[in-house]
Design a protein around this ligand. Structure first.
Ligand code: AMP
Ligand code: ZN
Length: 114
C-alpha cells in the first residue's frame, strides 16, 4: 500500500465527511471547497492518476462518472447543474496522487474549464 492520503481516508485512518460509499467507490466532502458543493469521488483501488489508466480501468472510469451523477442526483444538484473535473499530473494541477474526480455545484460556477 503506498503512503497515500486518500487510501488512508478509505481505510478510516484519516477522517472524512462521507457522502456515499459502496464496494468500489467513496465520495466525501473536499476539505477546501471551491464551490458551495465540492465533493471528491475516488475509486477504492489505488490508481495514481488518470493518465496511468487504460482499458483495464474501463469499469472504474465509467463508474466514477456514474457515481458522480448519482451523488449529484441524491443531493439534489443534478437538475441545477454541476461540473466534474479530474486533474492528472503536475501540469493538470494534481496534488493528491490517488485518482479522484471533483464534483462541484450548488451555485453558478465561476469561469469555464474549457
Ligand atoms: P487535486 O489538486 O485534483 O489533486 O485535488 C486534491 C483535492 O483534495 C483538493 O481539492 C484538496 O482540497 C483535497 N483534499 C486534500 N486533503 C483532503 C482531506 N484530508 N479531506 C478532503 N479533501 C482533501
Ligand atoms: Zn491511494
Amino acid at each position: 500500500m503506498p503512503d497515500c492520503l486518500f487510501c488512508k481516508i478509505i481505510d478510516g485512518t484519516i477522517p472524512s465527511e462521507k457522502i456515499f460509499e459502496n464496494e468500489e467507490f467513496l465520495a466525501f466532502k473536499d476539505i477546501n471547497p471551491q464551490s458551495p458543493v465540492h465533493i471528491l469521488i475516488i475509486p477504492k483501488k489505488h490508481l495514481a492518476k488518470l493518465s496511468d489508466c487504460g482499458n483495464d480501468e474501463k469499469e472504474i472510469l465509467s463508474g466514477l462518472l456514474l457515481t458522480a451523477n448519482n451523488v449529484a442526483k441524491e443531493i439534489g444538484i443534478a437538475e441545477s447543474g454541476y461540473r466534474v473535473a479530474i486533474n492528472s499530473g503536475d501540469d493538470g494541477g494534481q496534488l493528491v496522487h490517488h485518482l479522484h474526480l471533483h464534483l462541484m455545484g450548488g451555485g453558478k460556477l465561476d469561469g469555464r474549464m474549457a
